[in-house]
Design a protein around this ligand. Structure first.
Ligand code: ADP
Ligand code: MG
Length: 697
């Protein structure tokens, strides 16, 4: 049965075929339901009336009541404009029109009392309002003061005269019809528990708020609904997977005992132990593990990953680790190889640049089961990569893989799915974790290894370069090494590369007595390895590099990180870069270099970096500064395309919604009880509608 809300938008009074195709192209509004969910992004307060005397420059808009005393055309050519002098007894200002002058002249007459609304701009001593909204006072007397919704629009729509007023009118018309079709989607007891208003009332007030209190209630209710259904579906997926997907059982820990006894280079932190226990519990449960492992930079995720791999190898199965870039994969390979060699376990690296002959060897080892640990990039997903028995897939996400890619890896086994562990390089905010990874269990390493000295971070302007160099000299003098990182956002950016080479030359001039390494993405692998090895051995004192050193590199003696053009980096990248120092026993430093002119946002990024070393706090700030879409990259934004909820602000509602969803699935997973009927109905209508959802199921 097609629902009322699936009716094509074309059939709404005032739309028609032409506007329908505009609405579809510009706003993706295809149906009645789409229009109804085209929510205002802000509201202008039309409850308050100002006087001309009160008008100030910084007001975003004002609403005035008064009369036009004179009206006439001024200027000529393209300076031609219609000017009305507007007065309310407290003062006078100008109303100005550059376009549609004949139409305005027809509509507006001097001497009549109008309500005028618009943005004031100062010209000398007087103010003027260009293209004001203007209506006879009788309209306001009818409507009273109100909140004017402002809808997202496009230039194209405006050019075709589909403006905010038109959208408002369409919403009004639609609501008149839709009213009776709006069914409650949440059970009564949830409305009561969380003090939510009903669906009908919420939809009406989101478009035509009675007052600010009702508007807030409408927003709260619709946000809850949106987040509740998102969580319900994620959790249902998790439940289904748990019940249906059998997991291989890895319970023999004798190989771990051997590793702990003879090869573990340090005592594990309590947090590492806790996380390993959680993972072990999953891997012996007989159900497939799907777990997210989060930990701050330097919290020791690598060793945890290795210990999980050991457990699987001990159970005679294989493990894979997939990293988002070649360099990252190489670095994982090198750090894990140390441990693997010590334990006599075979390990291989497979990336896009692996030679054919080497590939063949790897493929054979994988198929006959002799190759136990495989590290690589997307190349792991290729058809030819077949495992004898894949027991565990670890995905190092770096915010870059999509959920769809994740599931490809776990289809690599025919009989039982491998356990899956997703690792992130830096912490991600809790609200994002609950959404993007809402179908996974979560483990957090919330403690750094003992004895780490917090890194001292400062923000310096380029003009202080001489002082910075003097500081570097003193640090190198006492035996330390230095990283100098340049932005190279896109490896093919010629300008950035020049910037880096210039930097290398000026550093070479400033430090003639030291050998200096350079590292960037356009160098050949051998050259990179050579430079890196020189730096690791301490033969070079300064490493000039692009963000290729962002991840994985581990040189404990390098204790100073200088970041050039730091304003060009995002917060999590700055934090990740800073994490390259502070790994030894020495005091470490991070110097953020920027120009003097900075946007307010860039300035706050520098401030938070200076203020804290805590990756979780930094991630939360990043979310507030940039918003969820930018933060996580476009690949994963599907799940973050929310209609009304905002993951940067609505953490509390999200938590409530998730808890409510968990409770329902615990007691009535099939939604069989009468009280859950609205949920069952709504879920099935959601399933029918086209959403990004299909990407993840
Ligand atoms: P990340 O979580 O950023 O991947 P790593 O796994 O690279 O961190 O670990 C950072 C550094 O800390 C490495 O040099 C590693 O050997 C060391 N490390 C890890 N765990 C411990 C521990 N429990 N005690 C001391 N050092 C540790
Ligand atoms: Mg790491």
């Amino acid at each position: 049965m097609a629902s009322f809300f699936d009716t094509s938008i074309e059939f709404l009074k005032g739309v028609g075929p032409l506007r329908a195709s505009l609405l579809q192209k510009e706003l993706k509004i295809f149906t009645f339901g789409d229009l109804l969910q085209h929510y205002p992004f802000r509201y202008e307060d039309r409850t308050k009336l100002y006087t001309v005397k009160e008008v100030m420059e910084e007001m975003p808009y004002v609403q005035l009541v008064g009369k036009i005393t004179s009206l006439g055309i001024e200027g000529g050519g393209f300076k031609k404009r219609l000017v009305g002098r507007f007065s309310d007894g407290t003062g006078t200002l100008e109303l100005v029109w550059f376009q549609a002058i004949p139409w305005v002249l027809q509509k507006i007459k001097p001497g009549i009392e109008y309500v005028v609304f618009g943005k004031p701009t100062r010209y000398g001593k007087t103010f003027s309002i260009a293209h004001p909204e203007i209506a006879p006072i009788s309209v306001r007397n009818e409507k009273g003061g109100y909140l004017q919704p402002v809808y997202p629009l496009s230039e194209k729509l405006r050019a075709r005269h589909v403006d905010n007023k038109v959208i408002s009118k369409l919403q009004e018309e639609l609501l008149r019809l839709a009213h009776q079709h709006l069914r409650e989607t949440l059970p009564d007891y949830l409305l009561k528990k969380f003090n939510l208003i009903g669906k009908q009332e919420a939809v009406i007030n989101i478009h035509f708020p009675v007052d600010s209190g009702k508007l807030a209630a409408a927003q709260g209710r619709l946000k809850f609904e949106e987040l509740f259904y998102l969580q319900l579906r994620l959790l249902k997926m998790k439940l289904v997977r748990y019940e249906k997907f059998k997991g291989q059982v890895f319970s023999d820990t004798s190989i771990l005992t051997e590793f702990y006894k003879h090869h573990l280079p340090f005592a594990l932190t309590d947090a590492q132990k806790k996380v390993i226990r959680e993972i072990y519990h999953d891997m012996k449960s007989g159900h497939q593990m799907s777990r997210l492992l989060q930990g701050d930079v330097g919290s020791g995720k690598t060793i945890v990953a290795f210990i999980c791999k050991l457990l699987v190898v001990g159970g005679d199965a294989q493990t894979a680790l997939m990293a988002p870039t070649e360099i990252l994969a190489q670095q994982h390979y090198h750090s894990l190889k140390k441990y693997a060699d010590a334990m006599g376990i075979s390990i291989g690296l497979l990336t896009g640049s692996t030679k054919k002959a080497q590939r063949k060897i790897l493929h054979e080892g994988l198929q006959d089961g002799t190759l136990k640990i495989l590290i690589g990039t997307h190349a792991l997903l290729e058809e030819e990569v077949k495992f004898h028995q894949l027991g565990l897939a670890i995905i190092d996400e770096q915010h870059r893989f999509g959920v769809a890619q994740r599931s490809k890896l776990w289809q690599k086994n025919s009989s039982t799915y491998p356990h899956v562990l997703v690792m992130t390089a830096t912490p991600i905010p809790r609200t994002l974790a609950m959404t993007l990874y809402g179908d996974l269990e979560v483990s957090v390493i919330d403690e750094l290894p003992k004895g780490r000295k917090p890194i001292k971070t400062t923000h310096q302007y380029d003009s202080h370069r001489l002082q910075v160099n003097a500081f570097l000299k003193s640090q190198i003098g006492i035996g330390r090494q230095v990283y100098m990182v340049y932005p190279l956002i896109d490896e093919s950016e010629k300008l950035d590369l020049k910037h880096l080479m210039d930097g290398y030359e000026s550093i070479s001039r400033a430090f003639p007595e030291y050998a200096i390494s350079i590292l960037h993405g356009q160098m050949k692998s051998e050259a990179k390895d050579f430079e890196m090895a020189r730096f690791v051995r301490g033969e070079t004192k300064i490493m000039v590099a692009t963000t290729v050193i962002e991840v994985g590199v581990d040189v404990p003696n390098a204790s100073v990180m200088v970041i050039e053009s730091a304003e060009r980096f995002g917060l999590s990248q700055l934090h990740q870069l800073r994490g390259r120092v502070g790994r030894g026993a020495e005091q470490s430093y991070c110097i953020l270099l920027t120009g003097f002119k900075l946007s307010a946002e860039a300035r706050s990024r520098m401030e938070i970096m200076v203020r804290t070393n805590n990756g979780f706090e930094i991630a939360d700030t990043d979310l507030k500064l940039r918003g969820p879409g930018d933060l996580m990259g476009t690949q994963q934004s599907g799940l973050l395309d929310l209609l009304i909820a905002d993951l940067a602000k609505d953490g509390k509602i999200l938590t409530q919604a998730r808890e409510a969803a968990i409770e329902i699935l615990q007691h009535d997973a099939e939604l069989k009880t009468a009280q859950h009927l609205p949920i069952k109905n709504h879920l099935s209508s959601l399933r029918k509608s086209v959403t990004n959802w299909s990407r993840i199921s």
